[in-house]
Design a binder for this molecule. Structure first.
Ligand code: ASP
Length: 439
């Protein structure tokens, strides 16, 4: 059995955190491939090394003196090395980095050094081989990740290697120039490595004990989701719940490898297991609740709308022509409503309205702003009668007026539209009825 383990920035922010990660890796010899992030924040006021690198490189690019900022970054690493009593020095590495900054090697190169240097320290600390991600994670000329080539090169390389540290977040083009994934991209590297070695499990170690049933800023100490499917995760992440980089799902999902989100600061907790499919019943009818504020409902009325073939297409064309994507589109006999993001819509509002008038000739168009959408997600809802009923009676008890309901045909989610001002109360009411009452 092979486990690939990725540690996030807060799990490697200082020597103490490094030691916790080391203990976790050594506690299970199946943990053979390690993907480190760059050192993250040590406390709320701290700065991530990745952000320090971007800021330092901005000075280099502006041909200002960047030495002071680079020195501060080196101090972060030196304190980890000293705290772990390691006999390595990054002196030479920093000379090369300073030279490359002077020669304007690029912001991606700069940011990637965070993971690169942490990888060197991690490999020395564990006694594992260090593999530079630039040699095994491939990007094409236009800077897009090349999944097939990477899989080929990486699996060949790792077959020969019993235990290795591969830094997260970056790779390189064929000409050697470094490219990074988007922020938080070490999660993606972990997933790519897990696929390449055909791992049995991809453990993603972070600073929370998994995915939470609801946002902890709204619900105090929410329950942790024990098992979630990739589809449920997608629904919740789309609505704002985030622990894992969205793109990290694809490589392992295709290979049928589960992801286990774990807490470096509480390794005894089981965390959240993300799987393709499961017959594991979630403890509650719902798996999770997530939501976003800031939507506008565009209500369009036209007598006999339902007998007019193509009406809907004409309305949607008006949005499409203005580059606006819609979220939901509930409809009645002579009405339809299009939910769009307020921020995206505001600047183009009048163009869209006149396009609807021109293309679809409605009787009236009415706008309602400051709405929120809440997704109640759960594979368990399919088998359970009365879920929607319970949601709406809970909302009515909380005095929340429901503006829109949309249940996906998969019965995996129910989307509810409420006023922005009712958002928190609505989530609390739904959490209470399904989780606090333990049903
Ligand atoms: N260090 C990078 C970031 O801060 C990548 C990562 O941590 O996954 O975004």
């Amino acid at each position: 059995m092979i486990k690939v383990v990725k540690f996030g920035g807060s799990s490697l922010a200082n020597a103490g955190q490094f030691a916790k990660a080391g203990d976790i890796i050594r506690a299970d010899e199946r943990r053979r491939y390690v993907i480190p992030s760059a050192p993250g924040k040590r406390n709320d006021k701290d700065t991530k090394v990745t952000d320090m690198l971007y800021a330092c490189y901005a000075e280099a690019e502006a041909e200002e003196d960047f030495k002071q900022k680079l020195k501060k970054i080196k101090e972060r690493y030196d304190s980890i090395i000293n705290g772990l009593n390691l006999k390595i020095s990054l002196e030479e590495e920093f000379k090369i980095i300073a030279e490359n900054f002077k020669n304007k090697a690029g912001a991606d190169y700069a940011a990637s050094r965070g993971e690169y240097l942490n990888g060197i320290i991690m490999a020395a600390y564990l006694g594992f081989e260090f593999i530079d991600a630039a040699e095994v994670v491939c990007f094409n000329k236009s800077g897009e990740f090349d999944a097939d080539k990477t899989d080929r090169i990486l699996s060949r390389r790792l077959k020969k290697c019993e235990r290795a540290v591969i830094p997260g977040f970056y790779g390189a083009r064929e000409d050697g120039t470094v490219c990074t994934f988007s922020r938080g991209g070490s999660d993606i590297t972990g997933s790519i490595v897990a696929k390449a070695v055909r791992a049995d499990l991809y453990e993603n170690w972070t600073d929370v004990s998994g995915f939470l049933v609801a946002d902890p800023r709204i619900i105090k100490d929410p329950q942790v989701i024990r098992v979630i499917t990739y589809r449920e995760l997608r629904e919740l992440s789309y609505m704002g719940a985030s622990v894992l980089h969205e793109e990290a799902v694809f490589p392992v999902r295709k290979a049928g490898i589960p992801i286990n989100i774990r807490n470096t600061n509480a390794p005894e907790e089981e965390g959240t297991l993300i799987v393709e499919n499961t017959c594991h019943h979630s403890k509650y009818t719902i798996t999770g609740i997530a939501g976003k504020k800031g939507f506008v409902a565009v209500n369009i009325d036209k007598d006999m709308m339902n007998s007019e073939v193509g009406f809907c297409r004409k309305v949607l064309t008006a949005f499409e022509q203005n580059g606006i994507s819609f979220e939901h589109m509930p409809s009645g006999i002579d009405t339809m409503t299009v939910f769009v993001h307020q921020e995206e819509f505001e600047g183009k509002e009048q163009q869209v309205l006149s396009a609807i008038h021109r293309l679809a000739e409605p009787d009236t168009i009415d706008l309602e702003a400051d709405l929120a959408l809440i997704a109640v997600v759960g594979r368990g809802m399919r088998a359970m009668r009365g879920t929607a009923g319970r949601i709406f009676s809970a909302l009515s008890h909380a005095n929340v007026n429901v503006k829109m309901i949309d249940q996906g045909s998969s019965e995996l989610n129910i989307i509810i539209g409420v006023k922005n001002a009712d958002f928190e109360a609505a989530i609390e009411a739904i959490y209470d009825i399904f989780v606090k009452t333990q049903l």
